[in-house]
Design a protein around this ligand. Structure first.
Ligand code: UD1
Length: 432
C-alpha cells in the first residue's frame, strides 16, 4: 500500500450477498482516548481495521497507553499509570479525534499540553465549546505557539448548556466530568449513537451517568482511582452501513448488512425509502441487520443535514451521489460545515449535474455517470466517489485512497464480495 494507490471501478450490475458492518470509527477513537481515565487492561471488540485506529494507538502510546491488535477486531489497551499528558503535534495534526484526550487527561491529571488538532480538512473546526465547557468546570487554558496548555486543580461539576450539540465538545466535557467533584449537567448535548456508546463504556468503568441517549446528560463525578478497566464491543458504524446501502441503491440488487443498526439510522432510512429503496430492519442489538433491495432508478428528494437524530453530515456525499443518478432534482442543504461540498467537482468530472453554493447543492439527476479519474478529498467523499464509480459506465479510478483507509475497513474487498467490479492497484505492481 502506498499513497499513490488507486481504486478502479467498473459498473457490474446488481450487488448480491451479505456484508458485515464493522465498528464505528467515530466511536472507537473516543473509547480509546477514554482508556486514559483508569489503570488496567481494556479490551475493545468489533474494532474496525482502519488507519485512524493505528494513529490513535500511536498518540496514546506517546502519552503512555499501549495498544495491542489481537486480530478479529480485538484491541487490548494497557494503561499502567505512567501517563505523560502531552499530545505532540506530529500525531495530533493527523487526526481530529486527538482532541478527545483533553477531557480524560484534564479530569484525571489536571494538566494537558495539546497541539491544536487536524483531521479532515473541511472548513474551520473550532474547539471553543470544548474549552468553554471545561472552563466552567474550573480549567484554565493558554494558547502558546499552537499548543493549548490546560490546567486545573480538581475540576468541579457545573451546569453547561452547549450553544450547539457538538459531538466533540459533549465527549470532552463528559470524559472530564466523570472525575469532577460533584455533578455536571450537559444540556443540548449531542445524542449521536457514538456518544451513547462512550457513555455505556464509561458506566462499565464505574462512572455515574444519567440521561444516556438524551440531550441532557447528568454526570456525578467519582474520585480519581475509582474507575476501572473494562471490556466493550464498539457500536456498528452507521456511516459505513450507509455506504453499502448507497452502493446497492445505485447498482440495484439485494444485500443483507449484518450488524447494521436500523434504530441508529432511522431518519436516513426514511429518506432512502422516499427515494425508492426498500430497507428492512431485522433483529436487535448485537443481532441487528438490515436487508436492502433496489431496482430501477431512484427518485430525487430534498435533504438537510442536522445533528442526530437528523441526517448526519457524514452521509451527505453518499446522498449527493445517489441524487446524481436519480430521477428529478434534489436540493441538499448543509447545516454543519460550510466548506463541505469540495467533492462536487469530482462528481462533476463523472458527469454529475450539480450546482453547489455555500450551504446548498442543487443536484439534477442524469441517467448515467461516465467513468473518469477522480481524487478523494476526505474519508466520506472518497467512499462516495467509489459508489459513484459503481454507477458510471466505463472505468472510474479513485486516487487519494489513504483518505478512505482512515475510516473504511476493506471497502474494496467488501464490495467485491458483493459482486462489484472493483480492485485496488498500487503503481508499479501488478494488480491483484
Ligand atoms: C464529529 C465527527 C464528524 C462529524 C461531526 C458532526 C468524529 C471524529 N468526527 O466531528 O465525522 O461530521 O461530528 O456529526 O467523531 N463547533 C464549533 N465549536 C466547537 C465545536 C464544534 O463551532 O467547539 C462547530 C463545528 O465547526 C461544526 C459543528 O460545530 O460546524 C459540529 O461540530 P462537532 O459536532 O463538534 O463535530 P466533531 O466532533 O468535530
Amino acid at each position: 500500500m502506498t499513497d499513490d494507490d488507486r481504486i478502479l471501478i467498473r459498473r457490474a450490475g446488481p450487488l448480491r450477498g451479505e456484508v458485515t458492518i464493522p465498528g464505528a470509527k467515530n466511536s472507537v477513537l473516543k473509547l480509546m482516548a477514554a482508556t486514559l481515565l483508569a489503570d488496567g487492561e481494556f479490551t475493545l471488540t468489533n474494532v474496525p481495521d482502519i488507519a485512524d485506529v493505528g494513529i490513535m494507538a500511536e498518540l496514546l502510546a506517546a502519552i503512555g497507553v499501549e495498544s495491542r491488535f489481537e486480530g478479529h477486531g480485538r484491541l487490548t489497551m494497557v494503561n499502567r499509570g505512567g501517563i505523560r499528558p502531552v499530545a505532540p503535534y506530529e500525531l495530533v495534526e493527523r487526526i481530529r479525534a486527538s482532541i478527545n484526550v483533553l477531557g480524560p487527561l484534564l479530569g484525571r491529571f489536571g494538566k494537558v499540553s495539546l497541539s491544536l488538532p487536524g483531521g479532515d480538512d473541511f472548513g474551520s473546526r473550532p474547539i471553543d465549546m470544548h474549552l468553554k465547557g471545561l472552563e466552567a468546570m474550573g480549567a484554565t487554558f493558554e494558547l502558546r505557539h499552537g499548543v493549548v496548555e490546560a490546567t486545573a486543580d480538581r475540576l468541579h461539576g457545573a451546569d453547561i448548556t452547549l450553544e450547539f450539540p457538538s459531538v466533540g465538545a459533549t465527549e470532552n466535557i463528559l470524559t472530564a466530568a466523570v472525575h469532577a467533584k460533584g455533578a455536571t449537567v450537559i444540556d443540548n448535548a449531542a445524542r449521536e449513537p457514538e456518544i451513547s456508546d462512550l457513555c455505556h463504556f464509561l458506566v462499565a468503568m464505574g462512572a455515574h451517568i444519567e440521561g444516556i441517549g438524551t440531550s441532557t446528560l447528568r454526570i456525578e463525578g467519582v474520585e480519581p482511582g475509582e474507575l476501572h478497566a473494562t471490556q466493550h464491543a464498539v457500536v456498528p458504524d452507521r456511516i459505513q452501513a450507509a455506504t453499502y446501502l448507497a452502493a446497492v441503491a445505485v447498482s440495484g440488487g439485494e444485500v443483507v448488512l449484518r450488524g447494521a443498526r436500523g434504530d441508529h439510522m432511522d431518519m436516513l432510512l426514511r429518506r432512502f425509502h422516499d427515494m425508492g429503496l426498500t430497507v428492512t430492519a431485522m433483529g436487535a442489538g448485537a443481532d441487528a441487520s438490515l436487508a436492502v433491495w433496489a431496482q430501477g432508478r431512484l427518485r430525487s428528494i430534498d435533504v438537510a443535514t442536522l445533528p442526530y437524530p437528523g441526517i448526519a453530515t457524514d452521509y451527505k456525499p453518499l446522498i449527493v451521489t445517489m441524487l446524481s443518478v436519480a430521477d428529478g432534482v434534489g436540493i441538499v442543504t448543509e447545516n454543519l460545515y460550510p466548506g463541505r461540498f469540495r467533492y462536487v467537482e469530482e462528481l462533476q468530472r463523472l458527469g454529475a449535474d450539480i450546482r453547489a453554493d455555500g450551504h446548498h447543492a442543487v443536484v439534477r439527476g442524469v441517467p448515467q455517470l461516465s467513468g473518469a479519474p477522480v481524487k478523494a478529498p476526505d474519508i466520506r467523499a472518497g467512499a462516495a466517489l467509489v459508489v459513484a464509480g459503481l454507477a458510471a459506465e466505463g472505468e472510474t479510478s479513485v486516487a487519494g485512497v489513504h483518505h478512505i483507509d482512515r475510516g473504511y475497513d476493506d471497502l474494496v474487498g467488501r464490495l467485491a464480495a458483493l459482486g462489484a467490479d472493483i480492485e485496488r492497484v498500487t503503481p508499479g505492481r501488478a494488480s491483484a
